[in-house]
Design a binder for this molecule. Structure first.
Ligand code: TEU
Ligand code: CA
Length: 554
């Protein structure tokens, strides 16, 4: 470790370069009409809580018209709010209130696939092979004497085959269509200019409404290799070396699409596109955020690093170096709706593969140590320069629901693997707002909730933490506030070898020294004005205990 400056301070950064962006998973944030599913009216009523948290922007997971086979990532109409969540008017009202609270709104764009219920897919099913309707999606004849075998060996991310065979109107078997995700999510054919036109129109529709930008789902998908060749390497959802080509992840042609979107987005003032691209290593990920492409991309390398000193030292160095080379800010993220909540990951000796989840038969996390490490990890993350993402509930220290009964599960992963992989529902459970707010703890006025909360959620309810010194909620508020006061999002950043030891890692961002202790023993910290610490409120007495982070003013 040396003290090279890895990030230079930026004088007047664009808002998204330093923003703390809060992810709302709409069906689990707040229910306004008592059906047990979160919605826009419920969310609008709770918006002040996000203002007080101090965040800059909200990214909403999809709330568009959808049969909800993949919790809304199967979109049937990109310009209409699903009645489950409300109306387009409810969205306009939400946007207006957010604006009055100085909160920006980012919406989710799902361009790789639609729902099977999208009118274009229905038209394709009802049209004949080779027709313009079928050309909107990826239909192929099967292999084998009677077309009974799928066109290639591609597998669905959720398990099983990535192809489903259609049935003709006369009952005979027909062509196959491609779905990299669930069979209810047919992939669009991005070779077709009409698909480009469709999404350009969608972009403008939401930009004209005044959203601050888009989170782009499967942002490195869309284009498939010519001829749809078999996957050679074992089927994996990420490309994780420098060179290997993959027939459906990170094809060169995707960059052209992004450039065309960037032109549209740049016609508007100060909007942003954030890419969900599970691509590693970081040098490869950085190609998605070159000057004329996406503005930023979720740093999944950081998310996967875990609570360990050497790993964080490396991933931060690589991130700031690689994103720096292309002039993009790095982002930092620990949790989202696809991964086990980070406090629960840190409570386990090893982390299950992404998307697998934790079920009643799995090893159970240690809740106390997980929370402790989780708080320390968040404090370490929020001092870094760039933009940070927070997933709803983590500001409460909320753990994963790790014992959810199979009968409640909705993730397609659960169905497609016959329960072998329990899937992602455990991180999607509705939020506890009030400890004594009925069976769903204030999520819904009548106690309903589409997934039941585990008993321990009572301890994490927001009202128990509001204004309580040392609570996770107050810790997040303080970190986000200090981050602004000291301009850490755009700060000059370097590691601090002189303040690090064998078990601690220290960095300096502007005038703030951040130290985390990863080891089992307490260590002494240098004198300095205490700004925040993750284990004691306001007093520290010069000692940093295990799994604790402290911010000191230099
Ligand atoms: O995820 C894309 C993706 O590749 C993974 O995060 C995937 O969800 C995970 O590996 C499954 O275990 C995005 C969304 O974030 C996710 O919620 C959707 O299910 C998926 O796209 C399909 O739209
Ligand atoms: Ca509702």
């Amino acid at each position: 470790m040396d003290s090279t400056v890895l990030h230079k301070s930026i004088k007047s950064p664009k808002w998204w370069r330093t923003a703390v962006i809060y992810q709302i998973y709409p069906r689990s944030f707040a229910d306004g009409n008592g059906d047990g599913i979160g919605d826009l009216v419920g969310t609008t009523a709770r918006l002040e809580s996000l203002r007080s948290l101090g965040i800059d922007a909200i990214w909403f997971s999809p709330f568009f018209k959808s049969p909800q086979k993949d919790a809304g990532y199967d979109v049937a109409d990109y310009k209409t709010i699903d009645p489950l969540f409300g109306t387009n008017q409810d969205f306009d009202d939400l946007l207006a209130k957010a604006k009055s609270l100085d909160l920006k709104i980012i919406v989710d764009l799902v361009p790789n696939h639609s729902s099977e219920e999208h009118e274009l897919f229905q038209a394709a099913l009802n049209a004949s092979p080779g027709s313009p309707e079928r050309e909107m999606y990826i239909f192929r004849d099967g292999k084998g004497a009677n077309g009974e075998l799928p066109p290639n060996n591609w597998e669905s991310v959720f398990g099983g085959n990535a192809w489903t065979r259609t049935t003709n109107p006369d009952g005979t078997r027909g062509q196959w269509y491609l779905h990299i995700f669930d069979s209810s999510q047919p992939d669009f054919n991005w070779e077709n200019p009409k698909v480009h036109a469709l999404f350009e129109d969608v972009l403008r529709f939401w930009l004209d409404k005044g959203v601050a930008g888009f989170r782009i789902d499967v942002a490195h998908g869309m284009v498939k290799a010519k001829g749809l060749p078999d996957v050679q390497v074992p089927v994996s959802q990420t490309v994780d070396d420098e060179e290997t080509e993959h027939p459906f992840w990170g094809q060169e042609g995707v960059h052209e699409i992004i450039r065309s979107w960037r032109k549209i987005v740049d016609e508007y003032d100060d909007r942003v596109m954030c890419a969900e691209a599970w691509v590693l290593p970081l040098s490869r990920m950085a190609k998605w955020v070159r000057e004329d492409e996406y503005h930023q991309t979720f740093n999944f390398g950081y998310l996967e690093t875990g609570w360990n000193k050497a790993g964080l030292l490396k991933v931060i160095t690589d991130s700031l170096t690689e994103f720096g080379k292309v002039g993009a800010p790095s982002t930092w993220v620990l949790s989202n709706h696809d991964v086990i909540r980070h406090v629960s990951r840190y409570g386990l000796p090893g982390v299950p593969p992404q998307g697998d989840g934790i079920g009643p038969n799995s090893e159970q996390p240690d809740e106390a140590i997980g929370l402790r490490k989780g708080r320390a990890a968040t404090a370490f993350m929020l001092g870094l320069p760039g933009s940070s993402y927070i997933y709803q509930g983590e500001e409460l220290g909320l753990p994963e629901h790790t014992t959810l009964d199979g009968k409640y599960r909705e993730d397609p992963t659960w169905f497609r693997t016959n329960g072998e992989r329990v899937g992602r529902d455990g991180c999607r459970v509705p939020l506890p707002w009030e400890a004594h707010g009925g069976a769903s703890r204030g999520f819904s006025a009548n106690g309903k909730s589409w997934l039941p909360q585990p008993d321990n959620y009572a301890r994490y309810a927001r009202d128990l933490q509001e204004g309580v010194a040392g609570s996770t909620l107050e810790l997040y508020k303080r970190l986000i506030k200090l981050r602004k006061v000291h301009a850490l999002g755009s700060g000059e950043f370097k590691f601090s070898p002189e303040n690090s030891s064998e078990t601690t890692l220290a960095y300096i961002n502007n005038d703030v020294l951040v130290i985390s202790n990863f080891g089992p023993d307490s260590v002494n910290v240098p004198a300095g004005e205490l700004l925040v610490t993750t284990q004691h409120d306001l007093t520290i007495e010069g000692v940093l205990e295990h799994d604790q982070t402290v911010w000191l003013k230099l």
